[in-house]
Write a protein that binds this ligand. Structure first.
Ligand SMILES: NC(=O)c1ccc[n+]([C@@H]2O[C@H](COP(=O)([O-])OP(=O)(O)OC[C@H]3O[C@@H](n4cnc5c(N)ncnc54)[C@H](OP(=O)(O)O)[C@@H]3O)[C@@H](O)[C@H]2O)c1
Length: 268
């Protein structure tokens, strides 16, 4: 028996990367899992891999309020309640603010921030009854703005502020509210990241092989949920960035710019 046996765990964006690793790990721990994404074929593939296990898949675009409501209602109808909600679905972007379309910025905010708000709103009453857990997957970009990622950084800062306020509101409710900030983690996020026109980049200049694996990241998230932590910044580079930015913000400006630029051009 694990801590998560028979718990109902909802993971948004479970067809790729960190979300998929969370789905795999929670099923292995004996949880009942529900997940969503926009692409049915990717979700169906995962369901086939876990045939016979309690995995519910649902085609949902989390940037659409009504689709989030349908997803959460379907989970409640099938599993009866929700113990843990993980707001994981997210997209990134790579384009300078001067070039990026307003639509691309809005899309990132709609998925990363509003998608988390909608799912939490519809799941909250059940999670409160269960004295469960609400998790949002944030980013180091939610503590330190990153060049070329203005919309992404804004969405993760918004997520952190909303989670902190919600945590305070729920302090005496028995619900734990936790936000986790992974560092660079190998996944599809950089390929799917929007370009200046709001289309997927399709490729990334970064070395995915040198990053934390999605499976290791998922394990850190599961440990943090088990320990009912408040907030976790994964990766040494992420922790250094957060501390440096707090103590020496002007130096952080220069170092962050140096990391993302070469010859005055955004490279990462
Ligand atoms: N990987 C990193 O380096 C890193 C670092 C810090 C934070 N994070 C955060 O970790 C989370 C997971 O990212 P990842 O790296 O695992 O990305 P990923 O490999 O690109 O996976 C993203 C998942 O979200 C789903 N998704 C995207 N847009 C959606 C939408 N509108 N509605 C429903 N589902 C949607 C995708 O499925 P569909 O495309 O089928 O919808 C996919 O299952 C994100 O919140 C991200 O910001 C990642």
């Amino acid at each position: 028996m694990s801590l998560f046996s028979n718990k109902v765990v909802v993971v948004t964006g479970g067809s790729e990367g960190i979300g998929k690793a969370l789905v795999d790990a929670f099923l292995a721990l004996g949880a009942k899992v529900a997940t969503c994404g926009r692409n049915y074929d990717k979700l169906y593939q995962i369901q086939s891999l876990h045939a016979g296990k309690p995995l519910l898949i649902h085609t949902t675009d989390v940037s659409k309020e009504q689709e989030c409501k349908n997803f959460i209602d379907t989970v409640l109808k099938n599993f009866g309640h929700i113990d843990i909600l993980i707001n994981n679905a997210g997209i990134s972007m790579r384009a300078l603010f001067a070039d990026v379309s307003i639509d691309a910025l809005r899309k990132v905010m709609d998925v990363n921030f509003w998608g988390s708000v909608y799912c939490t709103k519809f799941a909250l009453a059940s999670i409160e009854k269960q004295r469960g857990t609400i998790v949002s997957i944030s980013s180091v970009a939610g503590f330190r703005g990153l060049p070329g990622r203005t919309g992404y950084s804004a969405s993760k800062f918004a997520l952190n502020g909303w989670m902190e306020a919600l945590r305070t509101e729920l302090l005496d409710s028995g619900v734990n509210v936790l936000w986790v900030s992974p560092g660079f983690t190998a996944s599809n996020i950089r390929n799917a990241a929007l370009d200046s026109k709001g289309n997927p980049q399709g490729e990334s200049p970064m070395d995915e092989g040198a990053m934390m694996s999605s499976e290791a990241c998922a394990q850190h998230i599961i440990d943090a949920i088990g320990k009912r932590k408040r907030t976790v910044v994964l990766s040494a580079q992420g922790k250094q960035t957060v501390i440096l930015n707090k103590l020496f913000p002007s130096l952080a400006d220069k170092l962050v710019r140096k990391f993302f630029y070469k010859n005055n051009t955004l490279i990462k």
